[in-house]
Design a protein around this ligand. Sequence first.
Ligand code: ADP
Ligand code: MG
Length: 561
Amino acid sequence: MGKIHLLSDTLISQIAAGEVVERPASVVKELLENSLDAGANKISIEVEQGGMRFIAVRDNGCGMEREDARLAFTRHATSKISHVDDLRHIRSFGFRGEALSAIASIALVRMKTRSGTSDAGTEIIYEGGKMISEGHVGFSPGTEIMVRNLFFNTPARRKFLKTETTEFSHILSAVSHMALSHPGITFELKHNGKTLLQVPPQMPEERIQTLLGNNFLEESLPVSFQTSSIHIYGFIGKPGMNLSSKRRQYLFINGRDINDTLVSRAACDAYGSRLPGRVYPIFVLHIDMNPAEVDVNVHPRKLSVKFLDSQRIYRDIIQAVSQALEDNGQVGTNRKDERAFPKERGTFFQAAMEFTKQFMESTKSSEGLLQNEIHILSQIADSYILLQETRGLAIIDQHAAHERILYEEFRNYAAQREQGCQPLLVPLTVECSREEGLFLREALPDLEHMGFEFDEWSGNTFIIRSCPANLKTENFQKIFLDFLNDMAEERKKEKILPEKILKSMACKAAVKFGMPLSHQEQEQLLRRLEKTANNTTCPHGRPTRLTVTFEELERRFYRKK
Ligand code: ADP
Ligand code: MG
């Protein structure tokens, strides 16, 4: 007997199932995708024991005729593509025709379905890849698929399942992602008989609030970026709203929930100095683009994609996110009023825009740093400035705030150097160490850009004739020597980039913690901060301010639940 034989269809499906179905949540995701592809606007999900025992997904979509219902369980049976070229234009979630056959090969599956035009429904039951019954059933238009005892015939895979709680948390996450990207659709999720999620059709922003909590929008900025080939929209967290994990990054490409490192990195990179190291911004981002430019057929569970021109996507995202961040940093721009969600999606989205507009108006007036009246309460610990605002109490970190102001001012000087130059009354002579001298020579062009003017006297002696205007203080000498020392140390470790020079200079020149400020100085600082771009964080990404809202106070004093 030869050694080679053909695998049975069931075994082939079970192998495919290993790729498609990692855990109960994968089944939920596939079934939800089918319901959405079927045009449903109402989907209910019921699971027991984290989906390991039972999963049911019921929808009011187009349903299936008897013949199609039968075919649906065969491998590579799909109504969504028929030609290889179709692969380049996929707008549906499914297209591989694998999910149902894979699930049916590793569980007990009962499907009830009825198309809008047929008089009766069809019921089909599969077990371990074999059809065990088919017949008529009374059923309203739509489809219901029940999956029992997942992995019952693949014990090795069953062993890899985690606890009920863990498996359910994956299901909850899958449903939430779907619900987030399809705000117009009603979703209901029950676990062990308890309703855990129930959302009616909502506006996109409302859905975000329901699923991600009230604070998400308040702490986010709208993104809206469009070119002829791509539309990027949604919300990104204000600088300072970061997490140590990517847990709150929701990315949807053409409505598909995608985990893409390129996009996530681009979003991070766009924050630049506004983000401290090793944290991730929160976001809900939608990317709508020509399906021909993004390949979704690179992962069996369709979790990742491949972009035709990934560099362009990277650049577009950087631009979209930077724009949103910059708009926030500038006083007096109206950009904020631009809606994050697109207009062209008809009345539903228009209503959504209206909602955002009202939401933004109601929050705008309460943004302390944009108010004309600054109501300073006090400076405490010679380090923080307390402010009363309409929303509550704001606490400003004086060093972080001043650092950001100086940093942005230096950056501007760098841009318009001539005006930035202020002659020193008495030129400052600096005796440098060898390292300091090396740094100064290398950094000369960058420092001159900022508004410095130097004469090299001899060897390691330099004379500073002018400095940036905002550095003219009696402490100038100390600030400059500290800076020089810092840079010489850094230079031993790595090449000094212009960015680093700006940051270090801002840090050395900023008011320190523990430095008492007069009322006038406090007010001046806040007014300058108000006019500064990116004013919510210092150049190292730490927040410049914290707000304790009255709402929070009421909650914490138990006046409100
Ligand atoms: P795919 O989604 O990749 O086409 P599936 O195995 O998930 O493959 O589904 C096979 C086919 O069964 C689909 O193409 C669709 O025609 C049909 N189908 C599955 N679920 C539903 C549903 N909930 N409503 C209507 N048709 C469905
Ligand atoms: Mg499918």
